[in-house]
Write a protein that binds this ligand. Structure first.
Ligand code: ZN
Length: 198
C-alpha cells in the first residue's frame, strides 16, 4: 500500500461515521493532517485506548472504560431512583439535561417478537434484582414514545409490580413517535419533572 492509499483508506473509514459523507470526511482528514501533533496524534491515541478498554457497565449497561461506569461508581447518585432507557444515546440525552440525579438501566433495545428480543435480552430480571439490592424507591420509564417503546414500558411496569416500587414515566414534551435522543435538553428536563405514575 503506498502512502496515498493509506490516506485514502483513512478518508474512506471516516466517511462511514454518522454525519460525515465523503466530502466532509476528506475535509476532516485534511485538517488532521495539517494538525498532526496537536490533534491527530492525541486523537489516535485516545481512540486506541477507548477501543481497547470500552465495555458495557455490568450494573447498568452504560458504556465505559472502567470496571463499572462513572454513574454507578458515584455514591451521590445512589438516590433510590433508576431511570430505564432504551439505549446509551438516550442515557446521554438524559445526562445532557442535567435533571436526573439517580442511576440508569440501559435495556439495549425494546421487546420485539419479530427480532426475538425478550425480557432476558433486555436485562429485565437484572433490573428486578437491582431494585432489591440497591433499595430503589422509584423507577422512571424513559422509553421512546413509539409503539415498541410503550409496549416495553407496560411490560416492565407489570414485571416490577411485585417489588412494590413506584413506577413513573416521562410526561408531556415527548412527542408521539418521538425519540429522546432528538429532543432538546429543556424538553427532556420538563418531561422528567412532569413524570406521572404509569
Ligand atoms: Zn453503570
Amino acid at each position: 500500500m503506498d502512502g496515498r492509499d493509506e490516506i485514502e483508506g483513512l478518508i474512506a473509514l471516516m466517511a462511514r461515521l454518522p454525519g460525515l459523507g465523503p466530502r466532509s470526511a476528506r475535509r476532516a482528514v485534511l485538517h488532521l493532517l495539517r494538525k498532526r501533533v496537536q490533534v491527530m496524534a492525541p486523537l489516535a491515541a485516545a481512540m486506541g485506548a477507548v477501543a481497547e478498554h470500552a465495555r458495557d457497565c455490568p450494573v447498568c449497561g452504560n458504556i465505559s472504560t472502567g470496571e463499572i461506569c462513572a454513574i454507578c461508581a458515584d455514591p451521590d447518585r445512589a438516590t433510590g431512583e433508576i431511570c430505564v432507557v432504551e439505549d446509551i444515546a438516550d442515557l446521554w440525552a438524559m445526562e445532557r439535561g442535567h435533571a436526573f440525579k439517580g442511576r440508569y438501566h440501559v435495556l439495549g433495545g425494546v421487546l420485539s417478537a419479530l427480532d426475538a428480543v425478550g425480557p432476558e435480552e433486555l436485562g429485565i430480571p437484572r433490573l428486578i434484582d437491582r431494585i432489591r439490592a440497591e433499595d430503589i424507591r422509584e423507577v422512571i420509564l424513559a422509553l421512546n414514545a413509539t409503539v415498541e417503546g410503550q409496549t416495553t414500558a407496560h411490560y416492565i411496569a407489570e414485571a416490577l409490580e411485585p417489588t412494590g416500587v413506584r413506577i413513573t414515566t416521562l410526561a408531556q414534551g415527548v412527542p408521539i413517535g418521538g425519540e429522546l435522543d432528538y429532543l432538546d435538553d429543556g424538553t427532556i428536563s420538563a418531561a422528567l419533572r412532569a413524570r406521572r405514575s404509569l
